[in-house]
Design a protein around this ligand. Structure first.
Ligand code: GDG
Length: 476
């Protein structure tokens, strides 16, 4: 079986579930990436290569939700050295402005090379002659070059979902040249923001010595590589429809009631990750209560922290730090039945997320660095009445589009306090004006537009002599 379009991502778009009778099944994972890519996959009869989670040998390819899925198995050492090690202990903090200290271990790097090669070999084995392969994210930055060496006939695209750091930070990486060369195997390298694409081109010029002009890199063999921004988005219409359902509206009301119908509900929803700035935002909120700007009868902060990367030490430390902070704040400021912070360390179905977005008056998104941040966009899409306030970090990619949010520097606690208070006190007219503008932006730049524009640019890449063109997605 060969495919004209192959998606290669660290994870498959489904999660393994054990049914009540003990048999194993697959459930589509809720992420935005699946929604984004699915229509293009269908239009091209594509295949998706990825890790199904857990450990064990490669399983047989299978169909799920109408998609052809090709699992890559991982050994325990792959998980600890490739996934938790090099991907999440080296690259992740390095690419997020060193919010945590990256660790550099040679054995992690060796494993990273080994696992990237297995992904590349799998893709080389199933892509049709002249087909297109779209590789995703920081775990697989070596795949484009490996794949090009195996299959020069392919058109290869790469998209980085997280930030790409400035040269001053990237420089630290002992394997900086190999990563740059890995990415240069692609015809098109996509980033969230123009600044990231510029960082990449500058590094290629300085470190690899290739000629560059604006967004184009000229390789000695005559090939060119384009580096460009494609800001990712959400299925805006899908979220809007979901938010409109009676079930979600009823649930939003029930949430408000369960919280004691406070005047204002603040909300944070994040993977429990040290880049997301959860600690500082909870401190800022609690100080507003302590300083007497409002009290726990008026306002509550609902913080959903979705469990993430729990085997990585820095994530365990973060979890303990947040647990302690929430305990301290609630102990000092809460009253019986009225905590200042309602803290939930769990994940929820999409419907519950939409209900939380509808229930919340002030959405607080304060990462120290974030590629885009889809939660901010989802909140905006769910505000059917054009009300509600968004407090958003300047350092989230989304801040480049959502200019009408209350933009904050997450390192500046006093600045965050002022913004939270302004959002709390804003009148309906002001909220309405800001939210209307943000909703228009999200509607016009949804995830379908993102995927289409990437595929369009990729299909016009001129390098691969035999490459076939890929069909854009057919959408209703
Ligand atoms: C990376 C980059 C970039 C979260 N909790 C639940 C749940 N979610 C969904 C949200 C949202 C997604 O997960 C999270 O996306 P973010 O963009 O906020 O953050 P990362 O996970 O760090 O994503 C980021 C993104 O890739 C895309 O390129 O924007 O910068 O770091 O869609 O709704 N969904 C459900 N239950 C949960 O409990 N169903």
């Amino acid at each position: 079986m060969s495919a004209d379009l192959v998606i290669v991502a660290n994870r498959l778009p489904v999660d393994r579930v054990t049914k009540p009778d003990g048999s194993v099944g697959w459930r589509r994972s809720p992420g935005g990436l699946v929604t984004a890519i699915e229509p293009v996959m269908r239009a091209n009869d594509g295949s998706w290569i990825g890790w199904p989670g857990g450990t064990g040998p490669d399983l047989e390819p299978f169909e799920a939700d109408g998609m052809h899925l090709v699992p890559i198995g991982m050994e325990p050492e792959d998980v600890s050295e490739f996934y938790e090690g090099f991907a999440n202990g080296t690259i992740w903090p390095l690419y997020h402005d060193l919010v945590a200290k990256p660790e550099f271990h040679r054995e992690w790097w060796d494993r990273f090379v080994h696992v990237n090669r297995r992904f590349a070999e799998k893709a080389a084995g199933i892509a049709s002659e002249g087909g297109t392969v779209w590789v995703h994210d920081y775990q697989l930055q070596l795949v484009p070059q490996m794949l090009r060496e195996m299959r020069p006939d392919l058109r290869i695209g790469f998209y980085l979902h997280i930030p790409f750091p400035p040269a001053e930070l990237f420089q630290q990486l002992p394997w900086r040249r190999q990563i740059l060369e890995g990415l240069l195997g692609a015809d098109l390298v996509g980033f969230q923001l123009p600044g990231a694409a510029q960082n990449f081109v500058r590094l290629v010029r300085q470190r690899v010595g290739h000629k560059t002009h604006r967004d184009t890199v000229y390789l000695p063999d005559g090939r060119t590589v384009t580096a460009k921004a494609f800001p990712i988005s959400i299925d805006a219409a899908g979220f809007e429809q979901l938010a409109q359902t009676d079930a979600v509206a009823d649930r939003a009301k029930a949430i408000r009631e369960a919280l004691g119908n406070p005047r204002k509900i603040f909300l944070g929803i994040d993977r429990l990750d040290y880049t997301k700035g959860i600690y500082a935002r909870l401190r800022a909120f609690s100080e507003l209560i302590r300083d007497g700007h409002f009290d726990v009868e008026d306002a509550v902060f609902v913080q959903v922290a979705v469990p993430s990367r729990e085997q990585v030490e820095q994530y365990r430390i973060l979890r303990d730090d947040i647990d302690r902070l929430v305990g301290r704040i609630n102990g000092a400021l809460g009253r019986i039945g009225k905590p200042a912070i309602s803290y939930l360390h769990t994940s929820y179905p999409r419907e519950e997320m939409a209900a939380l977005y509808r229930a919340a008056d002030i959405m607080v998104v304060t990462p120290y660095r974030d590629g885009m941040n889809l939660v901010a966009k989802e909140y905006v899409a769910c505000r059917l009445e054009d009300d509600g306030a968004l407090v958003l970090s300047e350092f989230a990619g989304a801040a480049e589009e959502l200019r009408q949010a209350w933009l904050v520097n997450p390192y500046d606690i006093n600045g965050m306090k002022s913004a939270l208070l302004e959002a709390y006190e804003a009148d309906d007219k002001q909220l309405n004006r800001r939210m209307k503008a943000m909703r228009k932006q999200i509607r016009q730049h949804d995830v379908a537009a993102w995927a289409d524009s990437f595929m369009l640019d990729l299909s016009s890449a001129e390098n691969s002599t035999h490459a076939k063109s890929v069909q854009p997605a057919v959408r209703s």
